[in-house]
Design a protein around this ligand. Sequence first.
Ligand code: PMP
Length: 414
Amino acid sequence: MTTGSTPRAPRASTAPLAHLAAELDELKAAHLYRPLRVMSTANRTRVTVDGRDVISLASNNYLGLNTHPRLVEAAEAANRAFGVGSGAVRTISGTMTIHEELEAALAAFKHVEAALVFQSGFTCNTGVIPVVAGEPDLIVSDQLNHASIIDGMRLSKAPRVIYRHKDVEHLRELLATARREGRPDGEPYRSILVVTDGVFSMDGDIAPLPGIVEAAEAFDAAVFVDDAHASGVLGRNGRGTVDHFDLHGRIAIQVGTLSKAIGVLGGYVAGPLVLRDMLIQRGRPFLFSTSHPPAVAAACLAAIRVLEEEPELIERLWSNTRRFKDGLRSLGFDTGVSETPITPVMVGDSATAIRFAARLLEEGVWATSVVYPTVPLDGARLRTIVTAAHSDDELDACLEAFGRVGRELGLVAG
Ligand code: PMP
């Protein structure tokens, strides 16, 4: 109702959210504040970011598929044929043939019975884990698993224990104790789920899957591997870590992302049909959030075909990775334990990592600084990912800039 009286002045605006301003000030003082960098171009090897033309080492676009003509054409055709939105959640009226075609293609690609697509890799983990594990079960998780796995475990009511990063002996001990002692009430665990990233996203190291599988089999546990950074990167045609280690049939649940090497958006779970069926009944992001636009599904489907038909892209990704890693090491940089295209350049403290990234950007190279809480307080680093699309000249220009700025900041010898 309009009263005509002068509106009352708003209350002092800071009161209810004052704690946010205070926390932001603390982050800034501790060099842990992350500004958003804004691109005005497609996310390619050369981008314009904050108005500056640079070479990017900052994407997860491993194969350059986000601008691949076959994907772009598939998306455009789907937009024209089916509209830009799906109109509902999957379980109401948001399932189209293109969604199911993609899932069938993913299942065949991964050599499993079935696959189910979620809106993102993140929602896939937070959706799947609570369905697979509950109060009567136990989750055993690698110390450095991705945030979405951690959130998925928190959302599940399952008790959990953490094993030291990639430490299969520690995993075995925890499994042995769990099987020997059972739950606090003395009952045996209904099931045990061992959860690991396939490739760890901040260090670029690979999970010791053969050892993990043997340990799990010895104690009748199931294995869940999140291949977000292995999909399109490791294994034949980018089938992931299970294929890389030839462990087909021995891993119950594989999660992958469609947002990184695949170049589009989404997450999927691949495994037995019962898993897919149950997730359709109970996976909360699947049930309560709208499905992908048809163009997203169509582009992902085109990407799977590209992986099958253009293996030279993955070969180029790996030869670029070797060239860049070797170059960084010969400049004297510490690239940590990386075994994949994710190549960290270890720095130590946050302030230096942020300064390093800022100076590189001025020199025309975009590499993101990664600081606490994403990595430990003393583990600040630049995180680089080369892609199949980088040219030799681009990689050499990046190395030259790393050398110059690294010497200027005293990170490598002059
Ligand atoms: N799992 C891991 C290991 C990841 O690195 C990421 C991406 N940061 C995700 C899941 C989430 O994937 P998406 O970006 O598709 O949500």
